[in-house]
Design a protein around this ligand. Structure first.
Ligand code: SF4
Ligand code: SF4
Length: 171
């Protein structure tokens, strides 16, 4: 009986309460805009079909360290921040990395130039340069979404159309 009552409550919520609540929810708090507003502070952004396919390709690292041994940038940051290119490969082989924490190493990658040593030596064929490009792109996306989410809401149209107040005037 309790179970039936629980199903009844769930049904009421799905059929009546949720649609009614949606009617009174502002557009920027529902759908994709609402998702971004909620999850952008945690650096979570939507993944496209292509992103998901790429993430599968990024998972082959076995932590052999060969790529770090040949990278000329290894000494450029403290080891706690950057052990070498395997930092990225390992991060994606275990989970999705915390993108903002990779900001320092991502900036360092600007110095790679035309070097491809890490990718060429990898015995697992991990596409390191693709991983770098992907991480850069996603970090830029996180920053853009966070900036949008923290921007003040646009004023109502009649306020936006009103003439600007004279300098020094306060209501
Ligand atoms: S060489 Fe390849 S498998 Fe080895 S640590 Fe680097 S990315 Fe991982
Ligand atoms: S491509 Fe960049 S990260 Fe890879 S070995 Fe060269 S300098 Fe290091």
């Amino acid at each position: 009986m309790k179970r039936l009552f629980a199903f009844f409550l769930l049904g009421m919520r799905a059929v009546f309460l949720h649609p009614i609540r949606q009617l009174f929810t502002p557009p920027d708090r529902k759908g994709k805009a609402g998702f971004l507003r909620s999850y952008a502070p945690e650096a979570l952004v939507p993944a496209t079909v292509q992103d998901r396919a790429d993430l599968v390709r990024f998972t082959g690292c076995v932590n052999c360290g060969l790529c770090d041994a040949v990278c000329p940038l290894v000494a450029k940051l403290p080891p706690s921040e950057w052990r070498g290119p395997s930092l990225f490969a390992l991060a994606y082989s275990r989970a999705s990395p915390e993108l903002p924490h990779l900001r320092g190493p991502v900036a360092l990658l600007d110095l790679c130039g035309t070097c491809t040593r890490c990718r060429d030596i990898c015995p697992r064929g991990v596409p390191l340069l693709d991983i770098f490009a992907f991480t850069r792109r996603k970090l830029a996306q996180v920053d853009a979404v966070r900036a949008d989410a923290s921007a003040p809401a646009a004023p109502p149209q009649d306020e936006a159309d009103a003439p600007a107040a004279a300098p020094g005037f306060t209501a």
